[in-house]
Design a protein around this ligand. Structure first.
Ligand SMILES: Cc1cc2nc3c(=O)[nH]c(=O)nc-3n(C[C@H](O)[C@H](O)[C@H](O)COP(=O)(O)OP(=O)(O)OC[C@H]3O[C@@H](n4cnc5c(N)ncnc54)[C@H](O)[C@@H]3O)c2cc1C
Length: 362
């Protein structure tokens, strides 16, 4: 594949670079400030025509090929701007499993950032083993009534809507008794409790408790019992190459650390450079396959594992170069620890690779 920009891609890059020159700096903040400005960043990026570019025009996208997201990731990293808002997995989940009415009502606001979303899947006793979730949704007239406890819910503090998994049929086999709902977060019966992350950030995610909150039955996504299928679509997309656009960011951090290093280059930094470049080329290959119409299923687990190894190698390099005295590098190290857990742990990805790709006995 020829990795050079086509004339259209080059024009897009120039336009984006010009916009970033005037706009990136005000959003280049860290820690809690970064999360506080995340909504404004999302809306500014979309308003300028640079977010959701590969999604359908009818929902606020531009119908462009996936390579444009790579250009975006590269240019955002180069400009020191925040990454693209991470919600592609929700767009795909709702787009694929929701009715046309739900898609028309909810996708535009999700994509343009006027309505913020969170994903209510994990519970204190149901993470890797998501099918054991115990949050219930019980039919009451035209509504369902919700009781339960979600945890590790990213963006729950600012979310207007939650894509929620709840058990609607306690007697069905566990995967089949789960349904998905679009629940407003602005109602009685929902309590959001912030969680403090290892890097000190308190505004990234929280716990959400449901105690009698209600959701209209027509805001169920798909049919009763189809929540598991939606969940598999969502987690599959959480692990896909477009999310791996972080490759550009790792490369930039590696180059920045190389510039800070005098004398002998730490082995961790050299290894991080190799991993970052490997991931960059891998992402390009995946996108090239996508353009050829190849659909990636379980392969997303390989991508997720590769991304985790890269991010954690870069994290180890950050610690080797900056020790605990450089806040930015220390934060990069601390955050990298979460990568092997979020979106499905590394052990789970290895189980999927063993069972579904290598065909080894479960
Ligand atoms: C930064 C971050 C953001 C997140 N955002 C969200 C969000 O927005 N919405 C949401 O719903 N969830 C979110 N999560 C939760 C995430 O999906 C879960 O943490 C993850 O699925 C693991 O579940 P758990 O924490 O319950 O760990 P557990 O499932 O309890 O796992 C504990 C350990 O046991 C291992 N293990 C478990 N089962 C097996 C097995 N079968 N074979 C081998 N090893 C196994 C795991 O690999 C892990 O090491 C987020 C997590 C993080 C860290």
């Amino acid at each position: 594949m020829d990795f050079r920009d086509s004339p259209e891609e080059a024009a897009f890059r120039v336009e984006l670079r010009a916009w970033l020159t005037g706009n990136a700096e005000q959003f280049a903040v860290t820690g809690d400030d970064y999360w506080r400005k995340a909504g404004e960043w999302h809306r500014a990026l979309h308003g300028a025509g640079f977010f959701g570019v590969t999604w359908p025009e009818e929902y606020g996208g531009r119908n462009l090929p996936p390579v444009y997201d790579v250009i975006l990731d590269e240019e955002l990293a180069l400009a020191g701007a925040p990454p693209r808002p991470s919600l592609g997995y929700l767009v795909h989940g709702l787009g694929r499993h929701g009715s046309p009415e739900l898609a028309r009502r909810f996708l535009p606001g999700m994509i343009d950032g006027t309505e913020r979303w969170c994903q209510g899947f994990s519970e204190p006793g149901a993470g890797s083993d998501l099918a054991s979730l115990t949050t219930t949704a019980v039919r009451d007239g035209d509504d369902y009534v919700l009781h339960g406890h979600k945890i590790w819910t990213s963006y729950s503090d600012v979310a207007d809507w939650c894509l929620l998994l709840a058990r609607t049929d306690p007697d069905a086999p566990r995967h089949k008794g789960i349904s998905a709902f679009i629940v407003t977060m602005h109602q009685p019966g929902i309590e959001q409790r912030p969680l403090k992350m290892i890097n000190g950030v308190t505004t990234e995610f929280g716990q959400v408790l449901f105690d009698g909150a209600r959701v209209p039955a027509d805001q169920m996504v798909g049919s009763p019992g189809e929540g598991w299928r939606l969940a598999m679509t969502v987690v599959g997309h959480e692990r896909e190459p477009s999310t791996l656009g972080y490759a550009a960011r790792y490369g930039k951090l590696v180059r920045q650390m190389a510039g800070q290093t005098t004398g002998r280059v730490p082995e961790e930094l050299a290894w991080a450079a190799v991993q970052a470049e490997m991931l960059r080329l891998h992402v390009r290959r995946r996108l090239s396959e996508q353009l050829d119409g190849v659909v990636h299923g379980s392969d997303g687990s390989l991508d997720k594992l590769l991304m985790t190894w890269t991010e954690q190698s870069v994290g180890h390099a950050a610690l080797a170069v900056g020790g605990v005295k450089d806040p930015e590098l220390l934060s990069a190290y601390l955050y990298s620890r979460a990568q092997s857990v979020m979106g499905g742990t590394s052990q789970i990805q290895k189980n999927i690779i063993a069972g579904r790709i290598l065909g080894l006995g479960a």
